[in-house]
Design a protein around this ligand. Structure first.
Ligand code: THU
Length: 131
């Protein structure tokens, strides 16, 4: 996928902006969407449950740009694959096809793991259930 190197760069850049004073675990995410790239980082809070994940920030940036369809996602955490949390899997699902690829990448830019959304969130509930 030709946009992958750009997505990796943007996710690494986003990770450098993370606000994670409590977990000290910085995460960056970047997603491609109809030619555009949108990124986000985790933003924690002294009231711990109010923190938000990097994926959520990237989705907000995408929505603010008027986009609705995620083509691929890169998540950069630490040296183990940073797989999206359950809540973020569902958030990604809202705007993705089942075969959308999620790339887990280390801070050096190496791809550690690749999964489709369907693999991460099988038999999921989505907008099509509500029509
Ligand atoms: N985190 C993310 O931003 N994305 C993930 O995919 C997994 C976890 C954040 C949430 C929290 O700020 C920190 O990582 C530790 O859980």
């Amino acid at each position: 996928m030709s946009v992958l190197p750009l997505l990796i760069d943007e996710a690494i850049k986003a990770r450098s902006k993370a606000y994670a004073p409590y977990s000290r675990f910085s995460v960056g995410a970047a997603l491609s969407c109809e030619g555009g790239v949108y990124s986000g980082c985790n933003v924690e809070n002294a009231a711990y449950p109010l923190g938000s994940c990097a994926e959520a920030g990237a989705i907000s940036a995408m929505i603010m740009a008027g986009m609705r369809k995620i083509d691929a996602v890169v998540v950069v955490g630490g040296d183990m694959p940073c797989t999206p949390c359950g809540g973020c899997r569902q958030k990604l699902r809202e705007f993705s096809q089942p075969n959308m690829k999620v790339y887990m990448v280390n801070p050096q830019g190496e791809v550690l793991l690749v999964r489709t959304l369907e693999e991460l969130l099988p038999d999921s509930f989505g907008p099509d259930h509500l029509v």
